[in-house]
Write a protein of this length. Structure first.
Length: 295
């Protein structure tokens, strides 16, 4: 039963807490939930004009990169974006192409930025998802707001969170791998670094010299180098598109790579995972994979 899914299932209504825990969380199985956020005012209200009016001149954190890849392996480094503080309306000008830039801009700060940087917008969504909070017996650790250009890509990785990813406008394109694909997915240790803008406007990569090396996945699942990583040919990625008004349940420890339509807006809820037997199984699989690689 480790590789049972051929596609991501849909359910046409929000489940009860017990149903969701039994059918999806416990078996660590993703799904796309329809009609779960149809009552949110954000679905109708979050136009560019509304966001300008409500957030407008407020200074927010924006990830800026030369290539659209933040928190990704580049030139044998794990490179993080420049975190630029800028008025939200200036960011919208770039997304709407009223101002041109050779760089790629993405509001993606994953520290509960919806509640911390955009509290004006929380009333248009929800501070938590009630049936998920009841199913897990906890509130989310973070609620994040995402808005960016289509060139902004999230590299393949996993999180220690139960993730409810809600698309408000546009589309998100996910490539997923179950935790059981871990033996086929390469990890290596990389020197962490950050993009910094030099005086002429170009980017340079500056090492975070005092930081420990970061384990990350160097492979691009959309164009995998199978000569360098032949094991990946045995992996079985699942792909799905989450449309406006839909919610993806992305279980903890699932690997995911994310693309988006231009100007896509999304909100996600991160609930801390339970470090239970599933986590122990994953740790065992991870250790065995590393051991086999050494041998």
């Amino acid at each position: 039963e480790l590789g049972w899914l051929e596609s991501i299932p849909y359910i046409d209504r929000p489940p009860s807490p017990l149903e969701f825990y039994r059918e999806w969380v416990s078996p660590n199985k993703p799904c796309i939930i329809q009609n779960a956020i149809s009552h949110w005012p954000a679905l109708k209200k979050w136009t560019s004009a509304y966001l300008r009016e409500v957030v407008g001149p407020k200074v927010v954190s924006v990830a800026v990169t030369p290539n659209g890849y933040a928190d990704a392996v580049f030139q044998d480094r794990f490179v993080m974006p420049e975190e630029r503080q800028m008025p939200f309306m200036d960011f919208l000008d770039i997304v709407e192409k009223k101002v041109t830039s050779p760089n790629v801009f993405y509001v993606q700060k994953q520290c509960s930025n919806l509640t911390k940087e955009f509290p004006e917008l929380v009333c248009d969504v929800q501070p938590d998802i009630p049936w998920m909070s009841e199913a897990l017996g906890k509130k989310p650790d973070a609620v994040n707001f995402w808005l960016g250009e289509s060139a902004a890509v999230t590299s393949l990785h996993k999180d220690h969170y139960e993730n409810l990813y809600c698309v408000i406008s546009g589309e998100k394109h996910f490539l997923l791998h179950p935790p059981s694909d871990r033996p086929f997915i390469p990890y290596e240790l990389y020197q962490p670094a950050t993009y910094q803008v030099s005086e002429d406007g170009s980017f340079e990569i500056v090492d975070e010299k005092s930081a420990d090396k970061v384990p990350w996945i160097p492979l691009d699942p959309l164009n995998p180098n199978l000569e360098q990583y032949p094991e990946y040919a045995q992996a079985k990625p699942l792909q799905c598109t989450v449309k406006a008004g839909e919610m993806l349940y992305l279980p903890s420890l699932w690997f995911h790579h994310v693309q988006q339509s231009h100007g896509c807006i999304a909100v996600n809820y991160w609930y801390d995972m339970e470090y239970d037997l599933k986590y122990s199984y994953y740790q065992l699989l991870d250790c065995l994979t590393k051991t086999v690689k050494v041998l």
